[in-house]
Ligand binder design. Structure first.
Ligand code: ATP
Length: 283
């Protein structure tokens, strides 16, 4: 059975990936040709699109994810976990390609090494994008760039506010960049920008230092609260989802960024990109 959660109303449409994160702790990373033994595998819901959608839902928005999963137990796990977080999954298509997987090794110093196998996420097409009567579109780049550019163009034509988290970094067309309000980048991604005036607004996330909001009026630094960070994986996704939820509710960009910083700071105090609620396959 294909598990689907339907909402009557949608404020925020997220276009992005859904992956199962397979996480193994190791004493040290193997070098080429070497085998090391690790911990049992933890299976967690992840993917930038799904993480963002869950964060937007936790911030009170009615959210729908446009995405794709495989017809396999990981796909079912991701749909159930999205549904239990209150995310509408009627726009998640089930495809024959296997569900996207992220193979994550964590060493005692807390560093992650990640291999993403995009799988079903690569099967997402322009035809899958349906913005309904949403107020805000949010996209990230673990799905084909053509789909993101199409979604942004559709949003611009329909009067829907378009937000893109440029992660992983990709070269968006000037037409796409021009309508984003905001474009969200971290400090590394900011270096790939043609200029801070490429979009209507740009938010640069600065990790523990908070974020800069860059608009034609100037740049405003908003600091983050001091927290004991346990795992910063997905902090950018938590930030983006929370920001979109507050924009959809009518907050201005500075106020929405303040809420997003507070939410993302809380998110780094627990393990995983999303708080897990549904048992993974086989449990
Ligand atoms: P990731 O790729 O890990 O998802 P990112 O590099 O895209 O993250 P960051 O700039 O590291 O994004 O973090 C996004 C936001 O999360 C920051 O703007 C901040 O609000 C919050 N944040 C991240 N790390 C911390 C921290 N150590 N303490 C408090 N807030 C944090």
């Amino acid at each position: 059975m294909f598990f689907t959660t339907k909402l009557d109303r949608v404020d925020v449409v997220v276009v992005g990936s859904a992956n199962a994160d397979l996480v193994v702790s190791v004493a040290r990373r193997p070098s080429a040709g070497e085998t090391v033994l690790g911990s049992d595998t933890r299976v967690l819901p992840g993917g930038k699109g799904a993480n963002t959608a869950v964060a937007a839902a936790r911030n009170g928005a009615a959210v729908s994810l446009v995405g794709a999963v495989g017809d396999d137990p990981y796909g079912e796990f991701l749909l159930k976990s999205l549904g239990s977080a209150g995310v509408d999954t009627t726009r998640v298509r089930k495809v024959t390609t296997p569900t996207g997987l992220a193979f994550i090794t964590v060493t005692p110093d807390g560093e992650n090494s990640i291999i993403v196998s995009p799988g079903a996420n690569s099967a997402l097409t322009e035809a899958d994008v349906d913005l309904g009567d949403a107020r805000v579109l949010v996209a990230s780049l673990e799905v084909p760039i053509t789909v993101v550019e199409h979604a942004v163009a559709l949003a611009a034509r329909s009067g829907v506010r378009a937000v893109v988290n440029l992660s992983p970094v990709a070269e968006l067309s000037p037409d796409t960049l021009a309508v984003l309000d905001p474009l969200i980048v971290n400090e590394h991604e900011a270096r790939a920008l043609p200029g801070f005036d490429c979009s209507r607004s740009v938010v640069v996330t600065l990790g523990a230092r908070g974020a800069d909001v860059v608009t034609p009026e100037g740049t405003r630094r908003i600091p983050a609260p001091q927290v004991d960070a346990v795992d910063t994986t997905g902090a950018g996704d938590a930030f983006t989802g929370a920001l979109a939820a507050h924009l959809a509710r009518g907050a201005d960009l500075v106020a929405a960024t303040e809420h997003a910083i507070a939410y993302a700071a809380r998110s780094v105090t627990h393990q995983g990109a999303q708080p897990p609620r549904v048992a993974p396959p086989g449990k």
